[in-house]
Design a protein around this ligand. Structure first.
Ligand SMILES: [Fe+2]
Length: 345
C-alpha cells in the first residue's frame, strides 16, 4: 500500500485557506480511518478485579449519599479509550453499582439500553415498567430503552450489580438523554414466571404478546439449569453456551448489545474465534484464565475483563473438578444490524 501525502507536505497557507472554509484534505487521514485489513481498536484488553474494587465501592457508600449520586456507580473504564470517556469498548459501558439497605435509586428512563448482572447481596429489587424484579446473584434484569426503572433494597447487606449499557454508542449518535419520574406503581404477578419453560409461551385466548420486551428478568437458576442440561444432553458440544433472547421472537433480548451465559466444563479450554464485536467476560461462578492478544488474565468469581473485536480469545476453566460459569456481553446485535459482523478463522 503506497504512502500517501501528509498534511505537512502541503503549503501552510493552502491548509489555512481550506480550514477557513471548513474544508479538510482526506488523503493525510485516509489510512487512519480506513486501515489496511483490520481495524485498529482503541479498546485494550482490560481486567477489573472485584476484590480490588469492592472496598472502594463500599467506601463510595460512606462518602456519597444516594441523594448526591442518584446511581452510586464505579465505572469500569478502558484506558485505551481514556478513562474519563467511561467506555469498556466503543459501544459498551460497564459499571459496578452499590445499593445499601433501605436506599432507593429514583425512577427514570433513558434512551440507552441497560442490563444488570447481580454480583452480590440479597433483598434488592429493580422495578421495570411496573414489574418488580427481585435481584439475586447471577440474575439478568433488562431495562431496555424507554422503560421506567428504579432500584430499592429491603435486605440487610449491601447489594452490588454490574450494569452493562450501550451508552457510548447512543451518546456518540447524540441520542442519549434521560427523563426523571415518579415512583412506579407495581403490577401484580412475577413476569419471569410467564416464560419459565422453553418451547411454550403464554397465549391467552390464542393471543401472543406483542410487547417488545416480554421478559425483563432472567433468573440465574434457570439459565444455569439450561446450561447443565445442554452439557448433559450434548456431551460432545464444545461450547456450552446460551443466549438471552426475547422468548416471543427468539431475537436478541435488546437491540444493540447481546448477552450470553457460558459453561466451561471441568478443566475445559475453549477457543473463541476472532469476531468483529468487542466482548466482555464476567465470572458468575468458578474461575477462568482468559488469554486475549498476548494479555493473560486470571478471573476469579465476580471479576470482569473485556476483549477488543477482531481478536481471538481463549478461556480455560480454572476448576478441574467442577464447571465454571461466565456471563458475556458483546456488540453482535449492533454489528449484525449494521452489516459489519464478521468471524475470522
Ligand atoms: Fe437507568
Amino acid at each position: 500500500m503506497s504512502e500517501l501525502g501528509r498534511l505537512e507536505d502541503l503549503p501552510a497557507d493552502y491548509v489555512r485557506q481550506l480550514r477557513e472554509l471548513n474544508l479538510v484534505p482526506l488523503w493525510p487521514s485516509l489510512r487512519a480511518v480506513l486501515p489496511p485489513g483490520k481495524p485498529r481498536p482503541a479498546t485494550k484488553p482490560t481486567f477489573w478485579s472485584y476484590e480490588a474494587l469492592r472496598p472502594l465501592l463500599l467506601k463510595a457508600g460512606e462518602l456519597t449519599p444516594m441523594q448526591k449520586a442518584e446511581r452510586r456507580v464505579l465505572v469500569l473504564a478502558n484506558p485505551g479509550h481514556g478513562l474519563d470517556n467511561m467506555k469498556a469498548s466503543a459501544a459498551i459501558y460497564l459499571g459496578m453499582q452499590l445499593l445499601l439497605p433501605g436506599e432507593w435509586a429514583p425512577s427514570h428512563r433513558h434512551t440507552p439500553n441497560a442490563v444488570r448482572m447481580i454480583v452480590e447481596g440479597e433483598g434488592a429489587y429493580t422495578t421495570v415498567d411496573g414489574e418488580k424484579c427481585p435481584m439475586s446473584r447471577g440474575d439478568l434484569i433488562l431495562t431496555p430503552t424507554g422503560l421506567w426503572h428504579e432500584h430499592g433494597h429491603d435486605g440487610t447487606e449491601p447489594v452490588v450489580w454490574l450494569d452493562v449499557l450501550d451508552l457510548p454508542i447512543v451518546y456518540y449518535l447524540e441520542a442519549s438523554y434521560a427523563v426523571e419520574g415518579q415512583r412506579q406503581p407495581v403490577k401484580s404477578g412475577r413476569g419471569d414466571q410467564a416464560y419459565a419453560r422453553a418451547g411454550v409461551v403464554p397465549t391467552p385466548v390464542f393471543q401472543r404478546s406483542d410487547r417488545r420486551y416480554p421478559m425483563l428478568r432472567y433468573p440465574w437458576a434457570d439459565a444455569r439449569a439450561a446450561l447443565l442440561s445442554l452439557a448433559a444432553d450434548q456431551p460432545a458440544l464444545e461450547a456450552v453456551q446460551v443466549t438471552y433472547v426475547n422468548p416471543e421472537t427468539g431475537g436478541d433480548a435488546e437491540n444493540i448489545l447481546g448477552f450470553y451465559a457460558l459453561m466451561l466444563r471441568p478443566g475445559q479450554t475453549l477457543q473463541l474465534p476472532a469476531r468483529s464485536p468487542a466482548c466482555v467476560f464476567h465470572v458468575i461462578e468458578g474461575g477462568a484464565d482468559v488469554a486475549i492478544d498476548g494479555h493473560a488474565f486470571t478471573l476469579a468469581e465476580a471479576d470482569t475483563c473485556c476483549a477488543p473485536g477482531y481478536t481471538p480469545v481463549t478461556l480455560r476453566n480454572r476448576r478441574a473438578d467442577a464447571p465454571s460459569f461466565v456471563f458475556m456481553a458483546d456488540e453482535s446485535p449492533l454489528h449484525r444490524k449494521l452489516g459489519v459482523y464478521e468471524v475470522r478463522a
